[in-house]
Design a protein around this ligand. Structure first.
Ligand code: PEP
Length: 258
């Protein structure tokens, strides 16, 4: 059975004080929500402190990235082992900003996925097309290529140890959300492609949507049959927005399961 998940990606924003203040504001209301799962992904330097602040709450810690290599001579890298040691349970892998700004290839993303799994972190594996790719009609081909890179490197069953986030690049940080129907279509494509190889794996797989999810569109997105929650950027830094999105996930769970 799939349970909705909301992950907040703080990106490279704020400082320790603002992170703590945000938690002070979101943890009490989130503590009243018992149906969905919640994750926050602060910048690397704050992981340990934010992790301590999350103790005893129903929100868990995730990282925004990890190194594709294990511990060793990789100056500036942060390994999966270190992240697990700091209390991370999730790691975002292949975010479009990592792919686009930092030049991460499908192969590097696949290596990162493998490192996350190796160290007991649940990868939040991001896939999605650019605006030019959508307009050229190659959305499914792009998403299939990104998925296949991980499947080839890690094996199909490794997908069962992660969560997929469909994040159309044109919707990230732009205020242009995919319509619920556009999101559903790609989510159904992803699930169908995996189901062709393993139906049970596909049925259990969480597929999040990310791209300008806000309080005013979360409920419609989460109501789609193949949308299992959201990866939230900008709105994850705004108390009322993030809490409202988490409430929408709880409501969607109540609607589906009662
Ligand atoms: C993201 O950073 O993954 C994201 C979806 O950002 P935003 O919600 O701001 O579009």
């Amino acid at each position: 059975m799939r349970v909705k998940l909301v992950a907040g990606n703080w990106k490279m924003n704020g400082n320790l004080a603002s992170g703590r203040a945000l938690l002070n504001a979101i943890l009490p209301p989130l503590g009243t929500l018992n149906r969905a799962r919640y994750v926050v992904c602060p910048p690397f330097p704050y992981l340990a402190a934010i992790g301590r602040a999350l103790e005893g709450s129903n929100v868990v810690l995730g990282s925004q990235d990890l190194c594709q290599f294990g511990d060793g001579a990789y100056t500036g890298g942060v390994s999966g082992a270190m992240l697990a040691d700091c209390g991370c349970r999730y790691a975002i892998v292949g975010h479009s900003e990592r792919r686009g700004v930092f030049g991460e290839t499908d192969d590097v993303v696949a290596q990162k996925y493998a490192q996350a799994v190796k160290h007991g972190l649940t990868p939040i594996f991001c896939v999605g097309e650019t605006l030019a790719e959508r307009e050229a009609g190659v959305t499914e081909a792009v998403v299939a290529r990104q998925l296949d890179a991980v499947i080839q490197h890690c094996g199909l069953q490794a997908l069962g140890q992660g969560v997929i986030a469909y994040e159309p690049v044109w919707a990230i940080g732009t205020g242009k959300t995919a319509t619920p129907q556009q999101a559903q279509a790609v989510h159904a494509f992803i699930r169908g492609r995996i189901a062709a190889a393993d139906r049970r794996l596909a049925d259990l797989l969480l597929i999040l949507y990310g791209g300008s999810v806000k309080a005013n569109n979360a409920a419609q997105l989460f109501a789609m049959p193949d949308v299992d929650g959201g990866l939230i950027g900008g709105a994850a830094l705004v108390t009322d927005e993030f809490v409202a999105i988490c409430r929408a996930a709880q409501k969607a769970e109540e609607t589906v399961k009662t």
